[in-house]
Design a protein around this ligand. Structure first.
Ligand SMILES: O=C(O)CCC(=O)C(=O)O
Ligand SMILES: [Fe+2]
Length: 344
């Protein structure tokens, strides 16, 4: 992290305690040419709000046999993978999808808080923001747990809620990689970044990157920078209820038995990537405004064509020791692509 003076923290403001501007790399080209959400108080416009009522009105889903032959996509969907609703057999080790882990109420609240922060500006092509926080040892009076400094309040709330809902779902190793605590068992195996399951390094830094995608945008297939970020990445998806995107996974080195697949990430879902899924497989999103998704988990039959909506992703990662010093390293940026003309 840069050594510049932190900006003064204003209670209740969106400003992180240390300005996120310090960390924005000017070489990052604007990733989105976005349609500005119509409501200034919500990222998602009135038509795209988070209510079940609206969901019922969405003309977004069609269950179709048109465009399929023998269960395989044919014209106009030839070459479009059908996304699974859970990681299929043969998925890499370390991929976990929780389709509706976050409550609608909490998600709406975070979206409101994020909207108020005015991070995004379509006219200026600003649709990505990076926030950084540094871990601090908690006060013994507060249970001695680890806290974060430098992040805006809404994001601390998100991390706390993620910790609350994920802790019971994770085994010791994965829990300790995402949410190290002071009383951790030092006998843990550790992650592939060399971190141990033992007492955490004090003063680690978290990065949170927010990406706002319009429906026809995607992200180039990539592995998150291995020299910058640790093992254990949290990907949260926000958007209108019932919508989502298909994320594609491809092995970095093609082995016969490893086949790429596509996974549907609905709004309010949380995806975790550790180990093979984090280091040996690439992830990306095709730039198109719909996805083909299996109608029900594990079903080999019916396929839904789901129209994409505006989507906000929040990716949360630990910076490796020393990686919070800016300069000299490649930037973690993956260009968000527009839909190529002529594709379905
Ligand atoms: O949109 C997403 O969930 C993916 C973001 C991502 O892969 C990244 O920021 O590295
Ligand atoms: Fe990524």
């Amino acid at each position: 992290m840069s050594s510049s003076e932190p900006a003064p923290f204003q209670a209740g403001s969106c400003q992180p305690e240390a300005s996120s501007e310090d960390h924005l790399d000017p070489s990052i080209p604007p990733p989105y040419q976005d349609r500005r959400p119509s409501s200034p108080c919500s990222l998602f416009s009135v038509e795209e709000s988070e209510t079940d009522q609206d969901h019922a009105k969405l003309p977004a889903t069609t269950t179709t046999s048109e465009g399929f032959e023998n269960g395989q996509p044919s014209f106009p969907y030839r070459g479009t993978r059908v996304a699974k609703r859970s990681p299929p057999p043969g998925s890499p080790r370390g991929i976990y999808l929780f389709p509706s882990l976050l409550s609608g109420e909490k998600c709406s609240e975070w979206i409101e808080r994020i909207s108020e922060c005015n991070y995004f500006d379509a006219e200026e092509g600003r649709n990505q923001v990076m926030l950084f926080g540094r871990e601090v040892e908690g006060k013994p009076s507060e249970g001695g747990s680890l806290g974060m400094t430098g992040l805006p309040d809404w994001s601390k709330g998100l991390v706390q809620e993620l910790e609350r809902v994920l802790r019971p779902e994770l085994d010791d190793l994965h829990r300790s990689l995402l949410f190290p605590s002071l009383d951790q068992d030092p006998s843990g195996q550790g992650g592939r970044d060399g971190s141990k399951g033992g007492p955490p390094q004090i003063c680690r830094s978290r990065q949170m990157i927010l990406n706002l995608y319009s429906p026809d945008q995607g992200i180039t297939s990539h592995v998150d920078l291995v020299n910058r970020f640790g093992d254990g990445i949290i990907l949260c998806s926000f958007g209108p209820q019932g919508r989502g995107i298909a994320m594609d996974f491809e092995p970095v080195s093609k082995k016969e038995e490893e086949k790429g697949f596509s996974l549907f990430l609905p709004s309010r879902s949380v995806l975790l990537l550790f180990d093979e899924a984090r280091y040996d497989w690439k992830h990306g999103i095709q730039p198109r405004d719909f996805d083909l998704v299996e109608a029900e988990e594990g079903s080999s039959g019916k396929v839904e064509r789901l129209q994409r909506g505006l989507r906000l992703s929040v990716t949360i990662r630990w910076l490796l020791p020393g990686a919070d010093v800016v300069g000299g390293e490649p930037v973690d940026h993956h260009r968000v692509e527009q839909r190529p003309s002529g594709s379905p």
